[in-house]
Design a protein around this ligand. Structure first.
Ligand code: GCU
Length: 630
């Protein structure tokens, strides 16, 4: 079972359509994907310079459709666009549609390890690696390439950002021979490969004694490595680097700046039009919990903002959407949009590390809509940056070799949504989720409750999770299930500082001063408790449990209420899913039902652990007298 992808692969040939156009991969793909479609139209293809790269138009009249692409990639997207249009029940007469991507780099990062495991992977093993080296099932890999291309993904990294010694070998002749074969599979789908590289590659692969970016031998190592790489993969997109992050080596440790670290590699890649994606996920992961001055969310901005204008033209700094780490609720990173002379990538996580491990239902499209709507100034929001300062959208993949690619069938909608929203960030969560439901289960109006349930799922998860943006009440390491104090006395800089009277961190000017990293408009919004969005109150403010929220409830009562509600709403999900049984295949029904039951256990555990924790801290009972274990 492949979910929304199944229909592309259907081998129920009805009538093979007439397809004509220039000999190119898009033409082959058009024949391939339309051969399974009942009553397919006659399709003709052409390329026109008048359209931007990757753009396409669809013009239809009765049984004939003409696809024009700005280039072959545009044609390819036009083929999928037409297929989606038909599958969603769209008509062909008077069809006249133009599409172009908002941003040219729509990227998936795979955190896959050479041993075949996937860091933060919840959908089986790697599709790219087996037993210490590149290894794959070719048919499966081609299907995967088609799956990604059909939603507009055009670059992928295939090895973990936490590059280990084996992963570093990708830069050797042997590693590159293997990787070149993967690039060959993805090339016809307009998908380019990125290699995650180790900062210490000059030592590990090059046998040097240092990785210092200002050392000439190090510069020569990167120049040679780039030349070698492009001999094997002439269209490689570039390198991806996680440096000075979570115990990894990097320029800071050597007394150099992040720009010096990035630029030496940028110079090596420049002759080949390669890009270095340089991650900004840098913070002190050896903090003492007693230290209340160091504030983890401030770190990335402190490192990078002073370097605005210091990065080479082919460096893109890759910024996680929030300043901490893919929590259920965070403000946007203040780096986004702040560096006007620096190219930026916005990084999302589709893998549900903190959002339910693809066991709990969690609609990320809703989450990303919030990210796009986060203000940068009074006049601009994050969506406005896309295609401007932000010229790449990246996500950590949620895929693996599980039969439906994503573990949870409904988690496939997150992969789909990422591709669609990277292509067009103006699409709403409701639109892309509805599209996915149509493509997966057919255009059945009876499935409306499924759409409602999926769109609600982020709120429900948030209700039974850590309250009001405080985050991190998860089980350490695995990040599934509650452990309120699991990170409270650790070195990771992720504290809620709850005592018997109050909870939260003051990040305003009277506290850590984090708010000053934003534009004054945004800073003032967060500084003031009245204008700070309520769902982030505890991220920015330290508040007594007795304080009243806008609803008139106390903070403590809000915590109790949301946790009871969240768990109850998961019970409702189960009932909704049961009510849809007759419209779903047995397989789809069963696999999701099983996940929902596991989610129910998790939600109840969260409810009871959180409520008990705060009851024990405060001694104040629930106003509604519901059961709190003690
Ligand atoms: C988180 C995650 C790690 C990952 C890291 C990153 O900390 O838990 O597994 O390596 O993010 O984004 O690099």
């Amino acid at each position: 079972m492949f979910g929304y992808h199944a229909w592309i692969q259907s081998d129920k040939v009805s009538s093979a359509p007439t397809v004509s156009g220039p000999e190119c991969f898009a033409l082959e793909e058009c024949k391939q994907v339309f051969k399974g479609l009942k009553d397919a139209p006659n399709i003709s293809l052409s390329i026109s310079d008048a359209l931007p790269l990757e753009a396409y138009t669809l013009v239809g009249c009765h049984d004939n459709v003409h696809i024009t692409g700005g280039d072959e990639a545009g044609l390819l997207y036009g083929v999928y666009g037409l297929l989606f249009h038909i599958r969603k029940g769209g008509r062909l007469d008077n069809l006249n549609l133009t599409e172009k991507p908002a941003v040219n780099r729509r990227i998936l990062n795979h955190w896959d390890n050479p041993d075949g495991s996937v860091e933060r992977g919840y959908a089986g093993k790697s599709l790219f690696w087996q037993n210490g080296r590149i290894g794959y099932n070719l048919d499966r890999l081609r299907d995967y390439a088609r799956l990604l291309a059909s939603i507009g993904i055009n670059q992928i990294s295939v090895n973990n950002v936490n590059v280990n010694a084996l992963g570093a070998q990708l830069l050797t002749e042997d590693g590159l021979k293997d990787l070149a074969k993967v690039a060959d599979v993805f090339r016809p789908f307009n998908i380019k490969i990125i290699i995650s590289v180790h900062f210490d590659s000059p030592v590990i692969v090059g046998g040097l004694r240092t990785s210092d970016p200002v050392d000439e031998k190090v510069a020569r190592f990167w120049t040679d490595a780039a030349a070698r790489v492009y001999r094997y993969i002439p269209d490689l997109a570039g390198f991806l680097m996680k440096a000075d992050s979570e115990f990894r080596s990097g320029p800071t440790a050597l007394g150099r700046t992040q720009a010096e670290g990035a630029n030496v590699i940028a110079k090596a890649l420049a002759p080949f039009n390669g890009t270095i994606y340089w991650r900004c996920f840098i913070y002190d992961c050896t903090q003492d919990w007693r230290d209340t001055v160091t504030d983890r969310p401030k770190a990335a901005y402190d490192y990078f903002y002073p370097l605005n204008g210091c990065f080479d033209e082919n460096v893109i700094i890759q910024i996680k959407n929030g300043p901490v780490d893919f929590q259920v609720r965070e403000p946007n990173s203040p780096l986004l949009g702040a560096m006007d002379k620096t190219r930026q990538a916005l990084e999302f996580q589709i893998a549900q590390e903190y959002t339910g491990h693809q066991i709990d239902l969690y609609n990320l499209a809703v989450h990303w809509e919030d990210v796009f709507e986060h203000p940068i100034t009074e006049a601009r929001n994050t969506r406005d940056l896309i295609g401007q300062e932000v010229d790449a959208i990246v996500a950590v993949s949620n895929t693996g070799d599980d039969e439906n690619w994503c573990g949870h069938l409904l988690a496939q909608s997150n992969l789909y949504a990422f591709g669609r929203m990277a292509w067009n960030p103006a699409l709403t969560a409701a639109q892309v989720t509805q599209e996915w439901i149509h493509l997966t289960f057919g255009a059945n109006p009876k499935l409306k409750p499924l759409l409602d349930m999926m769109l609600k799922s982020r709120d429900v998860f948030e209700k039974y999770n850590a309250p009001l943006g405080i985050g991190w009440m998860v089980t350490p390491h695995t990040h599934y299930g509650p452990d309120v104090d699991g990170y409270e006395f650790s070195k990771w800089g992720t504290y809620h500082r709850a005592n018997h009277e109050a909870i939260g961190i003051d990040r305003t000017r009277t506290g850590t001063g984090y708010t000053a990293q934003y534009h004054p408009y945004v800073r003032d919004m967060y500084e003031n408790k009245e204008t700070c969005p309520e769902n982030m109150l505890l991220f920015f403010h330290r508040l007594p449990y007795s304080c009243r929220l806008k609803s008139g409830k106390t903070l403590l009562q809000y915590i109790y209420d949301t946790h009871f509600e969240g768990a109850d709403e998961v019970d409702d999900f189960i009932k909704t899913w049961e009510s849809l049984k007759e419209y779903l295949s047995e397989e789809a029904y069963t696999t999701v039902a099983e996940r929902l039951l596991r989610q129910q256990v998790n939600a109840r555990q969260w409810r009871d652990v959180i409520n008990t924790y705060f009851y024990r801290k405060t001694g104040i009972p629930d106003e509604a007298g519901r059961k709190i274990y003690c």
